[in-house]
Ligand binder design. Structure first.
Ligand SMILES: Nc1ncnc2c1ncn2[C@@H]1O[C@H](COP(=O)(O)OP(=O)(O)OP(=O)(O)O)[C@@H](O)[C@H]1O
Ligand SMILES: [Mg+2]
Length: 145
């Protein structure tokens, strides 16, 4: 069975919506049930919205790898050219940015509660970050059951 990759450029809010719905279709096509495919779509949307908010611009890549044990995997990669995530463990904590707790006085103005990465970590089987030339990539993995 061949692997398959699809890429979506992310520069603004409308790209976030398109990537999310395409992510859902990709997931159903490769065997995730509807509920899990919808969870993958949420993960795509959160990663893409983080590119727009924090990562300047970038790309979502959906990668189907049938050889990953036991039954294959869909990886959602979020590449961007923005600054590194200072501390992923802190950033994954609800109500935190990548350096610590978000000041409650700033919550309304900053546009985000600091809960996106926490949701991704709960929905995906794994979440990891790595630096790459000119930016970074966050990868959320969904294993087929
Ligand atoms: N692509 C990115 N580039 C740089 N920093 C990021 C990126 N994604 C997340 N971060 C950092 O991690 C923090 C936590 O991200 P998270 O998605 O949980 O919260 P948020 O985007 O601030 O708010 P919310 O997702 O709730 O709207 C961000 O506040 C930011 O500091
Ligand atoms: Mg976010």
């Amino acid at each position: 069975m061949p692997s398959e990759t699809r890429s979506f450029a992310i520069q603004g809010r409308s790209d976030v919506v398109v990537a999310g719905s395409q992510g859902r279709r990709f997931a159903v096509r490769h065997g995730l049930d509807v509920r899990r495919a919808t969870e993958l779509a949420i993960v795509v949307s959160e990663l893409a919205s983080n590119i727009v908010k924090h990562g300047v611009r970038g790309e979502i890549r959906l990668i189907w790898s049938p050889e990953t044990p036991p039954h294959g995997e869909i990886a959602v990669e979020a590449h961007d050219v923005g600054p590194p995530i200072h501390d992923l463990q802190l950033a994954m904590t609800d109500g935190y940015d990548d350096r610590g707790p978000i000041d409650p006085a700033l919550i309304l103005r900053r546009g985000g509660l600091g809960t996106g990465l926490g949701a991704i970590a709960r929905l995906a089987d794994r979440l990891e970050v790595r630096e790459e030339a000119g930016g970074k990539v966050l990868t959320a993995r969904f294993l087929l059951r």
